[in-house]
Design a protein around this ligand. Sequence first.
Ligand code: GLA
Length: 508
Amino acid sequence: MRWFRLCAALLAALALASAQSPTGKWVAKFSSDDEAREIVLALNVESGGTVTGYVLAPQYEDRIVEGTASGGQIAFVAEREANNNTMRRSNYSAVLEGDKLKLTMPTAGNRPPQVIEFTRASAQAPAPLPPPPPKITLAAPAAVRNNGLAKAPPMGWNSWNKFRGQVNDKVVREIADAMAKNGMKDAGYLYVNIDDTWESTRDKQGNIGTNSKFPDMKALAAYVHGKGLKLGIYSSPGPKTCAGYEGSFQHEAQDAKTFAQWGIDYLKYDWCSAARVYAPDAATMQAAYAKMGQALLASGRPIVYSLCQYGMLDVGEWGAKVSGNLWRTTGDISDNWKSMSNIGFDRQPGREKYAGSGHWNDPDMLEVGNGGMSDTEYRTHMSLWCLLAAPLLAGNDLRDVKPGILEILTNKEAIAVDQDKLGKQGVRVAKNGDLEVWARPLADGGHAVGLFNRGEAAAKVTAKWSDIGVQGTHAVRDLWEHADKGTVADEYTVEVPSHGVVMIKIAK
Ligand code: GLA
Protein backbone atom coordinates (compact mmCIF):
# COMPACT_ATOMS: atom_id res chain seq x y z
CA MET A 1 0.00 0.00 0.00
CA ARG A 2 2.81 2.32 0.98
CA TRP A 3 4.55 1.42 -2.29
CA PHE A 4 1.40 2.29 -4.23
CA ARG A 5 1.09 5.69 -2.51
CA LEU A 6 4.70 6.43 -3.28
CA CYS A 7 4.14 5.60 -6.96
CA ALA A 8 1.02 7.75 -7.15
CA ALA A 9 2.84 10.65 -5.53
CA LEU A 10 5.71 10.25 -7.93
CA LEU A 11 3.36 10.19 -10.94
CA ALA A 12 1.52 13.26 -9.68
CA ALA A 13 4.82 15.08 -9.22
CA LEU A 14 5.86 14.10 -12.73
CA ALA A 15 2.54 15.27 -14.17
CA LEU A 16 2.92 18.55 -12.31
CA ALA A 17 6.43 18.96 -13.54
CA SER A 18 5.43 18.35 -17.16
CA ALA A 19 2.40 20.60 -16.77
CA GLN A 20 4.69 23.29 -15.53
CA SER A 21 7.13 22.93 -18.36
CA PRO A 22 6.39 24.91 -21.50
CA THR A 23 7.28 21.84 -23.54
CA GLY A 24 4.32 20.66 -25.57
CA LYS A 25 1.72 21.84 -28.02
CA TRP A 26 -0.37 24.90 -27.26
CA VAL A 27 -3.41 26.12 -29.12
CA ALA A 28 -5.15 29.48 -29.32
CA LYS A 29 -8.46 29.51 -31.16
CA PHE A 30 -9.84 32.68 -32.65
CA SER A 31 -12.67 33.31 -35.03
CA SER A 32 -13.88 36.29 -36.92
CA ASP A 33 -16.30 34.06 -38.83
CA ASP A 34 -17.29 30.41 -38.94
CA GLU A 35 -13.88 29.11 -39.99
CA ALA A 36 -12.10 27.20 -37.24
CA ARG A 37 -8.97 29.27 -37.06
CA GLU A 38 -6.20 28.64 -34.65
CA ILE A 39 -2.58 29.28 -33.90
CA VAL A 40 -0.50 26.32 -32.78
CA LEU A 41 2.58 26.91 -30.71
CA ALA A 42 4.97 23.98 -30.40
CA LEU A 43 7.68 24.31 -27.78
CA ASN A 44 10.43 22.00 -26.74
CA VAL A 45 12.58 23.12 -23.84
CA GLU A 46 15.81 21.19 -23.98
CA SER A 47 18.07 20.60 -20.99
CA GLY A 48 19.89 23.83 -20.34
CA GLY A 49 16.82 25.85 -21.28
CA THR A 50 17.26 26.05 -25.06
CA VAL A 51 13.89 26.37 -26.82
CA THR A 52 13.07 24.87 -30.23
CA GLY A 53 9.75 24.57 -32.02
CA TYR A 54 7.47 26.69 -34.19
CA VAL A 55 4.38 28.89 -34.41
CA LEU A 56 1.85 27.80 -37.02
CA ALA A 57 -0.83 30.34 -37.94
CA PRO A 58 -3.23 30.18 -40.89
CA GLN A 59 -1.14 32.73 -42.75
CA TYR A 60 2.42 31.87 -41.73
CA GLU A 61 4.87 29.30 -40.37
CA ASP A 62 7.37 30.72 -37.92
CA ARG A 63 10.26 28.41 -37.07
CA ILE A 64 12.07 29.09 -33.83
CA VAL A 65 15.73 29.77 -34.55
CA GLU A 66 16.87 30.69 -31.08
CA GLY A 67 15.23 30.80 -27.67
CA THR A 68 15.57 30.23 -23.97
CA ALA A 69 13.27 29.29 -21.13
CA SER A 70 13.78 29.75 -17.46
CA GLY A 71 11.26 29.52 -14.64
CA GLY A 72 8.18 29.86 -16.82
CA GLN A 73 9.55 32.79 -18.80
CA ILE A 74 10.24 32.08 -22.44
CA ALA A 75 11.79 34.25 -25.10
CA PHE A 76 12.44 33.19 -28.67
CA VAL A 77 13.21 34.44 -32.14
CA ALA A 78 11.42 32.81 -35.06
CA GLU A 79 11.90 33.09 -38.77
CA ARG A 80 9.47 32.83 -41.65
CA GLU A 81 9.51 33.35 -45.36
CA ALA A 82 7.53 36.53 -45.88
CA ASN A 83 5.19 37.12 -48.83
CA ASN A 84 7.82 39.23 -50.54
CA ASN A 85 10.30 36.33 -50.43
CA THR A 86 12.48 37.83 -47.73
CA MET A 87 13.12 36.02 -44.45
CA ARG A 88 11.44 37.84 -41.60
CA ARG A 89 12.62 37.45 -38.01
CA SER A 90 10.20 38.02 -35.16
CA ASN A 91 10.72 38.27 -31.43
CA TYR A 92 8.26 36.53 -29.17
CA SER A 93 8.05 36.26 -25.41
CA ALA A 94 5.80 34.09 -23.29
CA VAL A 95 4.85 33.45 -19.70
CA LEU A 96 3.64 30.14 -18.38
CA GLU A 97 0.71 30.54 -15.99
CA GLY A 98 -0.43 27.10 -14.81
CA ASP A 99 -1.83 25.37 -17.84
CA LYS A 100 -2.08 28.56 -19.86
CA LEU A 101 0.65 30.22 -21.77
CA LYS A 102 0.48 33.90 -22.59
CA LEU A 103 2.35 34.68 -25.77
CA THR A 104 3.27 38.24 -26.67
CA MET A 105 3.12 38.38 -30.44
CA PRO A 106 5.66 40.36 -32.44
CA THR A 107 4.48 43.90 -33.06
CA ALA A 108 3.63 45.13 -36.53
CA GLY A 109 4.18 48.81 -37.22
CA ASN A 110 3.34 50.92 -34.21
CA ARG A 111 0.46 48.77 -33.00
CA PRO A 112 0.64 47.81 -29.31
CA PRO A 113 1.89 44.27 -28.65
CA GLN A 114 -0.88 41.70 -28.70
CA VAL A 115 -0.96 39.03 -25.99
CA ILE A 116 -2.64 35.75 -26.92
CA GLU A 117 -3.59 33.11 -24.39
CA PHE A 118 -2.79 29.54 -25.38
CA THR A 119 -4.24 26.37 -23.87
CA ARG A 120 -2.19 23.25 -23.54
CA ALA A 121 -3.04 20.57 -26.10
CA SER A 122 -0.25 18.18 -25.14
CA ALA A 123 2.73 17.97 -22.83
CA GLN A 124 4.81 15.86 -25.18
CA ALA A 125 7.84 17.26 -26.93
CA PRO A 126 6.54 18.10 -30.44
CA ALA A 127 8.15 16.61 -33.50
CA PRO A 128 10.05 19.22 -35.49
CA LEU A 129 8.29 20.74 -38.52
CA PRO A 130 9.28 18.99 -41.71
CA PRO A 131 11.46 21.18 -43.94
CA PRO A 132 9.47 23.17 -46.52
CA PRO A 133 9.00 21.32 -49.83
CA PRO A 134 11.26 22.39 -52.72
CA LYS A 135 10.02 25.46 -54.58
CA ILE A 136 8.27 25.11 -57.92
CA THR A 137 10.04 26.74 -60.85
CA LEU A 138 8.01 27.59 -63.94
CA ALA A 139 9.13 28.60 -67.42
CA ALA A 140 8.38 32.13 -68.61
CA PRO A 141 4.84 32.04 -70.00
CA ALA A 142 3.69 32.92 -73.49
CA ALA A 143 1.98 36.33 -73.49
CA VAL A 144 -1.66 36.14 -72.47
CA ARG A 145 -4.04 38.20 -74.60
CA ASN A 146 -5.29 41.49 -73.22
CA ASN A 147 -8.86 41.22 -71.97
CA GLY A 148 -9.89 44.57 -73.38
CA LEU A 149 -11.05 45.86 -69.98
CA ALA A 150 -10.09 48.84 -67.81
CA LYS A 151 -9.64 51.24 -70.69
CA ALA A 152 -9.51 53.88 -67.95
CA PRO A 153 -8.22 53.16 -64.41
CA PRO A 154 -10.85 51.06 -62.58
CA MET A 155 -13.00 52.89 -60.05
CA GLY A 156 -14.95 51.43 -57.18
CA TRP A 157 -14.68 50.40 -53.58
CA ASN A 158 -12.74 47.68 -51.73
CA SER A 159 -13.49 46.26 -48.31
CA TRP A 160 -9.99 45.80 -46.92
CA ASN A 161 -8.82 49.19 -45.68
CA LYS A 162 -11.85 49.70 -43.45
CA PHE A 163 -13.40 46.30 -42.79
CA ARG A 164 -10.52 43.76 -42.95
CA GLY A 165 -12.04 40.45 -41.77
CA GLN A 166 -15.33 42.07 -40.78
CA VAL A 167 -16.68 42.30 -44.32
CA ASN A 168 -19.85 40.32 -45.02
CA ASP A 169 -22.81 40.04 -47.37
CA LYS A 170 -24.80 42.66 -45.46
CA VAL A 171 -21.97 45.21 -45.50
CA VAL A 172 -21.41 44.70 -49.24
CA ARG A 173 -25.12 45.13 -50.01
CA GLU A 174 -25.31 48.24 -47.88
CA ILE A 175 -22.20 49.69 -49.52
CA ALA A 176 -23.73 49.01 -52.95
CA ASP A 177 -26.99 50.68 -51.82
CA ALA A 178 -25.03 53.67 -50.57
CA MET A 179 -22.91 53.98 -53.72
CA ALA A 180 -25.97 53.91 -55.93
CA LYS A 181 -27.54 56.74 -53.93
CA ASN A 182 -24.79 58.99 -52.61
CA GLY A 183 -23.23 60.14 -55.85
CA MET A 184 -20.34 57.63 -55.88
CA LYS A 185 -21.84 55.60 -58.73
CA ASP A 186 -22.68 58.78 -60.64
CA ALA A 187 -19.07 59.90 -60.22
CA GLY A 188 -17.90 56.65 -61.88
CA TYR A 189 -17.23 54.30 -58.95
CA LEU A 190 -18.52 50.99 -60.32
CA TYR A 191 -16.74 48.03 -58.74
CA VAL A 192 -17.73 46.81 -55.29
CA ASN A 193 -14.79 44.62 -54.36
CA ILE A 194 -14.72 42.03 -51.62
CA ASP A 195 -11.15 41.60 -50.41
CA ASP A 196 -9.75 38.73 -48.33
CA THR A 197 -11.70 36.60 -45.77
CA TRP A 198 -14.75 35.52 -47.81
CA GLU A 199 -13.31 32.06 -48.47
CA SER A 200 -14.12 28.69 -46.95
CA THR A 201 -12.61 25.30 -47.77
CA ARG A 202 -13.11 23.27 -50.95
CA ASP A 203 -15.73 20.57 -51.50
CA LYS A 204 -14.91 17.03 -52.69
CA GLN A 205 -14.74 18.21 -56.30
CA GLY A 206 -12.33 20.94 -55.30
CA ASN A 207 -14.80 23.79 -55.69
CA ILE A 208 -14.05 26.70 -53.43
CA GLY A 209 -16.79 27.66 -51.00
CA THR A 210 -17.72 30.82 -49.19
CA ASN A 211 -17.83 31.07 -45.41
CA SER A 212 -20.92 32.04 -43.46
CA LYS A 213 -20.28 35.75 -43.95
CA PHE A 214 -21.20 35.24 -47.61
CA PRO A 215 -24.03 32.72 -47.75
CA ASP A 216 -24.75 33.13 -51.47
CA MET A 217 -22.18 34.87 -53.65
CA LYS A 218 -24.29 34.49 -56.80
CA ALA A 219 -27.24 36.19 -55.15
CA LEU A 220 -24.94 38.93 -53.88
CA ALA A 221 -23.57 39.50 -57.39
CA ALA A 222 -27.12 39.70 -58.73
CA TYR A 223 -27.98 42.23 -56.04
CA VAL A 224 -24.95 44.41 -56.79
CA HIS A 225 -25.62 44.15 -60.54
CA GLY A 226 -29.20 45.20 -59.85
CA LYS A 227 -27.82 48.48 -58.53
CA GLY A 228 -25.96 49.04 -61.79
CA LEU A 229 -22.67 48.17 -60.09
CA LYS A 230 -20.15 45.35 -60.48
CA LEU A 231 -18.81 42.82 -57.98
CA GLY A 232 -15.16 42.06 -57.37
CA ILE A 233 -13.49 39.28 -55.40
CA TYR A 234 -10.04 38.31 -54.13
CA SER A 235 -7.76 35.27 -54.22
CA SER A 236 -4.13 34.21 -54.24
CA PRO A 237 -1.89 32.17 -56.56
CA GLY A 238 -0.65 30.50 -53.37
CA PRO A 239 -2.34 27.84 -51.24
CA LYS A 240 -3.37 30.50 -48.69
CA THR A 241 -4.38 34.12 -48.93
CA CYS A 242 -2.62 36.78 -46.92
CA ALA A 243 -5.15 36.39 -44.11
CA GLY A 244 -4.63 32.61 -44.19
CA TYR A 245 -7.77 31.62 -46.12
CA GLU A 246 -8.00 29.23 -49.07
CA GLY A 247 -6.06 30.39 -52.15
CA SER A 248 -6.32 29.29 -55.80
CA PHE A 249 -3.06 27.28 -55.97
CA GLN A 250 -3.61 24.36 -58.39
CA HIS A 251 -7.27 25.33 -58.76
CA GLU A 252 -6.82 28.35 -61.01
CA ALA A 253 -9.10 27.33 -63.89
CA GLN A 254 -11.70 25.92 -61.54
CA ASP A 255 -11.79 29.07 -59.44
CA ALA A 256 -11.98 31.34 -62.48
CA LYS A 257 -15.01 29.31 -63.61
CA THR A 258 -16.58 29.56 -60.18
CA PHE A 259 -16.05 33.31 -60.11
CA ALA A 260 -17.58 33.63 -63.58
CA GLN A 261 -20.56 31.51 -62.53
CA TRP A 262 -21.12 33.69 -59.52
CA GLY A 263 -21.09 36.78 -61.74
CA ILE A 264 -17.80 38.24 -60.56
CA ASP A 265 -16.43 41.16 -62.58
CA TYR A 266 -13.04 41.85 -60.98
CA LEU A 267 -10.36 39.70 -59.35
CA LYS A 268 -7.56 40.92 -57.11
CA TYR A 269 -4.93 38.19 -57.09
CA ASP A 270 -2.57 38.54 -54.15
CA TRP A 271 0.82 36.77 -54.02
CA CYS A 272 0.86 36.00 -50.25
CA SER A 273 1.72 32.34 -49.59
CA ALA A 274 2.71 31.82 -53.23
CA ALA A 275 6.10 32.93 -51.92
CA ARG A 276 6.24 29.65 -50.01
CA VAL A 277 5.55 27.37 -52.98
CA TYR A 278 7.03 29.16 -56.00
CA ALA A 279 10.68 29.99 -56.68
CA PRO A 280 11.35 33.71 -56.32
CA ASP A 281 12.18 34.47 -59.96
CA ALA A 282 10.35 36.63 -62.48
CA ALA A 283 9.61 33.82 -64.95
CA THR A 284 7.94 31.71 -62.26
CA MET A 285 5.94 34.60 -60.91
CA GLN A 286 4.84 35.61 -64.40
CA ALA A 287 3.78 32.04 -65.13
CA ALA A 288 1.78 31.87 -61.88
CA TYR A 289 -0.02 35.10 -62.79
CA ALA A 290 -0.43 34.05 -66.45
CA LYS A 291 -2.24 30.89 -65.30
CA MET A 292 -5.01 32.94 -63.75
CA GLY A 293 -4.94 35.50 -66.59
CA GLN A 294 -5.56 32.66 -69.02
CA ALA A 295 -8.17 31.08 -66.78
CA LEU A 296 -10.12 34.34 -66.51
CA LEU A 297 -10.15 34.73 -70.28
CA ALA A 298 -11.21 31.10 -70.68
CA SER A 299 -14.06 31.63 -68.22
CA GLY A 300 -15.79 33.64 -70.91
CA ARG A 301 -16.75 36.44 -68.49
CA PRO A 302 -15.12 39.88 -68.66
CA ILE A 303 -13.20 40.01 -65.37
CA VAL A 304 -10.80 42.84 -64.59
CA TYR A 305 -7.52 41.29 -63.47
CA SER A 306 -5.69 43.06 -60.64
CA LEU A 307 -2.23 41.79 -59.74
CA CYS A 308 -1.09 42.27 -56.19
CA GLN A 309 2.51 41.31 -55.56
CA TYR A 310 3.72 44.55 -54.00
CA GLY A 311 5.73 45.69 -57.04
CA MET A 312 8.29 42.88 -56.95
CA LEU A 313 10.41 41.71 -59.88
CA ASP A 314 9.67 44.68 -62.16
CA VAL A 315 6.01 43.88 -62.48
CA GLY A 316 5.49 46.91 -64.74
CA GLU A 317 7.59 45.14 -67.36
CA TRP A 318 5.30 42.12 -67.54
CA GLY A 319 2.01 42.84 -65.76
CA ALA A 320 0.18 43.59 -68.99
CA LYS A 321 1.68 40.51 -70.70
CA VAL A 322 -0.05 38.18 -68.26
CA SER A 323 -3.35 39.97 -69.02
CA GLY A 324 -3.14 42.17 -65.92
CA ASN A 325 -5.16 45.38 -65.98
CA LEU A 326 -3.43 46.82 -62.95
CA TRP A 327 -0.67 45.86 -60.57
CA ARG A 328 0.26 47.04 -57.13
CA THR A 329 3.55 48.92 -56.96
CA THR A 330 4.31 48.70 -53.23
CA GLY A 331 3.38 47.07 -49.93
CA ASP A 332 0.14 48.04 -48.22
CA ILE A 333 -0.94 51.62 -47.72
CA SER A 334 -1.92 52.73 -44.20
CA ASP A 335 -4.24 55.53 -43.23
CA ASN A 336 -1.58 58.05 -42.35
CA TRP A 337 0.33 60.85 -44.06
CA LYS A 338 3.70 59.12 -43.92
CA SER A 339 2.51 55.95 -45.63
CA MET A 340 0.35 57.70 -48.23
CA SER A 341 2.90 60.35 -49.14
CA ASN A 342 5.75 57.85 -49.31
CA ILE A 343 3.82 55.55 -51.66
CA GLY A 344 2.34 58.36 -53.73
CA PHE A 345 5.24 60.78 -54.08
CA ASP A 346 8.36 58.68 -53.56
CA ARG A 347 7.56 55.22 -54.86
CA GLN A 348 5.86 56.01 -58.17
CA PRO A 349 8.39 57.99 -60.21
CA GLY A 350 9.88 55.87 -62.99
CA ARG A 351 6.82 53.66 -63.33
CA GLU A 352 4.90 56.03 -65.62
CA LYS A 353 6.21 54.28 -68.73
CA TYR A 354 4.23 51.17 -67.84
CA ALA A 355 0.82 52.81 -67.51
CA GLY A 356 -1.64 53.16 -70.35
CA SER A 357 -5.14 52.28 -71.42
CA GLY A 358 -5.93 48.78 -70.14
CA HIS A 359 -2.89 48.45 -67.84
CA TRP A 360 -2.22 50.65 -64.85
CA ASN A 361 0.17 51.08 -61.97
CA ASP A 362 -1.71 50.65 -58.70
CA PRO A 363 -0.35 52.66 -55.75
CA ASP A 364 -2.98 50.88 -53.60
CA MET A 365 -6.50 51.67 -52.50
CA LEU A 366 -7.66 55.00 -51.18
CA GLU A 367 -7.68 55.71 -47.46
CA VAL A 368 -9.81 58.87 -47.95
CA GLY A 369 -12.35 59.06 -45.12
CA ASN A 370 -10.83 56.44 -42.82
CA GLY A 371 -9.94 59.02 -40.20
CA GLY A 372 -6.16 58.89 -40.00
CA MET A 373 -5.51 61.99 -42.11
CA SER A 374 -6.96 65.48 -42.31
CA ASP A 375 -9.27 66.51 -45.12
CA THR A 376 -6.38 68.57 -46.52
CA GLU A 377 -4.23 65.43 -46.61
CA TYR A 378 -7.03 63.37 -48.14
CA ARG A 379 -7.36 66.03 -50.88
CA THR A 380 -3.63 65.58 -51.52
CA HIS A 381 -4.11 61.79 -51.60
CA MET A 382 -6.98 62.05 -54.10
CA SER A 383 -5.22 64.64 -56.30
CA LEU A 384 -2.00 62.64 -56.44
CA TRP A 385 -3.82 59.41 -57.29
CA CYS A 386 -5.70 61.22 -60.09
CA LEU A 387 -2.47 62.67 -61.47
CA LEU A 388 -0.93 59.17 -61.29
CA ALA A 389 -3.78 57.69 -63.36
CA ALA A 390 -4.25 55.34 -60.42
CA PRO A 391 -7.19 53.01 -59.91
CA LEU A 392 -9.59 54.82 -57.59
CA LEU A 393 -10.86 52.27 -55.09
CA ALA A 394 -12.42 53.98 -52.12
CA GLY A 395 -11.61 52.14 -48.90
CA ASN A 396 -13.88 53.81 -46.37
CA ASP A 397 -17.33 53.05 -44.97
CA LEU A 398 -19.54 54.57 -47.64
CA ARG A 399 -22.70 53.90 -45.63
CA ASP A 400 -21.76 56.64 -43.24
CA VAL A 401 -19.60 59.22 -44.89
CA LYS A 402 -19.15 62.86 -44.01
CA PRO A 403 -20.19 65.30 -46.75
CA GLY A 404 -16.63 66.72 -46.88
CA ILE A 405 -15.21 63.26 -47.59
CA LEU A 406 -17.83 62.51 -50.21
CA GLU A 407 -16.97 65.80 -51.83
CA ILE A 408 -13.32 64.73 -52.04
CA LEU A 409 -14.12 61.31 -53.47
CA THR A 410 -16.63 62.60 -55.99
CA ASN A 411 -14.78 65.67 -57.28
CA LYS A 412 -15.69 65.22 -60.92
CA GLU A 413 -12.99 67.55 -62.16
CA ALA A 414 -10.28 65.56 -60.37
CA ILE A 415 -11.82 62.28 -61.52
CA ALA A 416 -11.84 63.54 -65.12
CA VAL A 417 -8.06 63.90 -64.80
CA ASP A 418 -7.73 60.34 -63.49
CA GLN A 419 -9.93 58.91 -66.22
CA ASP A 420 -8.53 61.06 -69.03
CA LYS A 421 -8.57 59.25 -72.38
CA LEU A 422 -4.93 59.93 -73.15
CA GLY A 423 -4.13 57.57 -70.26
CA LYS A 424 -0.78 59.17 -69.53
CA GLN A 425 0.41 58.84 -65.95
CA GLY A 426 1.61 62.12 -64.41
CA VAL A 427 5.18 62.78 -63.33
CA ARG A 428 6.97 65.07 -60.93
CA VAL A 429 8.18 68.01 -63.01
CA ALA A 430 9.72 70.11 -60.24
CA LYS A 431 10.87 69.66 -56.67
CA ASN A 432 12.11 72.31 -54.30
CA GLY A 433 12.52 70.74 -50.87
CA ASP A 434 9.04 69.87 -49.64
CA LEU A 435 7.36 71.62 -52.55
CA GLU A 436 6.58 69.51 -55.58
CA VAL A 437 4.84 70.08 -58.89
CA TRP A 438 3.34 67.11 -60.72
CA ALA A 439 1.74 67.23 -64.13
CA ARG A 440 0.12 65.09 -66.77
CA PRO A 441 -0.92 65.89 -70.30
CA LEU A 442 -4.60 65.47 -71.14
CA ALA A 443 -6.39 64.26 -74.24
CA ASP A 444 -7.78 67.74 -75.03
CA GLY A 445 -4.29 69.23 -75.21
CA GLY A 446 -4.48 70.72 -71.73
CA HIS A 447 -2.45 69.72 -68.64
CA ALA A 448 -3.47 68.75 -65.14
CA VAL A 449 -1.07 70.07 -62.52
CA GLY A 450 -0.74 69.45 -58.79
CA LEU A 451 1.10 72.02 -56.69
CA PHE A 452 1.95 70.09 -53.52
CA ASN A 453 3.36 71.19 -50.18
CA ARG A 454 4.71 68.24 -48.17
CA GLY A 455 6.14 70.58 -45.54
CA GLU A 456 4.89 71.46 -42.08
CA ALA A 457 4.01 75.11 -42.81
CA ALA A 458 1.98 76.81 -45.52
CA ALA A 459 4.15 77.87 -48.47
CA LYS A 460 3.95 79.46 -51.88
CA VAL A 461 4.36 76.95 -54.70
CA THR A 462 5.09 77.89 -58.30
CA ALA A 463 4.30 75.79 -61.34
CA LYS A 464 6.43 76.95 -64.25
CA TRP A 465 4.97 76.39 -67.67
CA SER A 466 8.46 75.54 -68.95
CA ASP A 467 8.67 72.59 -66.52
CA ILE A 468 5.36 71.30 -67.84
CA GLY A 469 6.19 71.76 -71.52
CA VAL A 470 3.71 74.60 -72.03
CA GLN A 471 4.39 78.03 -73.51
CA GLY A 472 2.61 81.36 -73.41
CA THR A 473 -0.70 82.33 -71.88
CA HIS A 474 -3.32 79.81 -70.88
CA ALA A 475 -6.60 79.70 -69.03
CA VAL A 476 -6.18 78.18 -65.56
CA ARG A 477 -8.92 76.49 -63.60
CA ASP A 478 -8.72 75.39 -59.97
CA LEU A 479 -10.08 71.84 -59.79
CA TRP A 480 -10.86 71.91 -56.06
CA GLU A 481 -12.30 75.42 -55.93
CA HIS A 482 -14.12 74.70 -59.18
CA ALA A 483 -13.24 78.21 -60.27
CA ASP A 484 -11.61 79.79 -63.30
CA LYS A 485 -8.47 81.71 -62.40
CA GLY A 486 -8.18 83.75 -65.58
CA THR A 487 -5.47 83.48 -68.20
CA VAL A 488 -1.98 83.13 -66.87
CA ALA A 489 1.39 83.63 -68.54
CA ASP A 490 4.53 81.55 -67.87
CA GLU A 491 3.87 80.35 -64.33
CA TYR A 492 1.25 80.04 -61.63
CA THR A 493 2.06 80.77 -57.99
CA VAL A 494 -0.29 79.98 -55.16
CA GLU A 495 -0.19 79.52 -51.39
CA VAL A 496 -0.59 75.85 -50.47
CA PRO A 497 -1.37 74.70 -46.91
CA SER A 498 0.92 72.27 -45.08
CA HIS A 499 0.40 68.74 -46.51
CA GLY A 500 -1.97 70.30 -49.02
CA VAL A 501 -2.43 70.68 -52.73
CA VAL A 502 -3.75 73.10 -55.26
CA MET A 503 -4.78 71.22 -58.36
CA ILE A 504 -5.26 73.10 -61.57
CA LYS A 505 -5.93 72.50 -65.21
CA ILE A 506 -4.00 74.53 -67.74
CA ALA A 507 -6.14 74.74 -70.85
CA LYS A 508 -4.66 74.04 -74.27
C1 GLA B 1 -2.35 41.95 -48.63
C2 GLA B 1 -2.78 42.99 -49.65
C3 GLA B 1 -3.86 43.86 -49.04
C4 GLA B 1 -5.04 43.00 -48.63
C5 GLA B 1 -4.57 41.91 -47.67
C6 GLA B 1 -5.68 40.91 -47.37
O1 GLA B 1 -1.73 42.53 -47.54
O2 GLA B 1 -1.70 43.76 -50.08
O3 GLA B 1 -4.28 44.86 -49.96
O4 GLA B 1 -5.62 42.43 -49.77
O5 GLA B 1 -3.47 41.20 -48.20
O6 GLA B 1 -5.25 39.87 -46.57
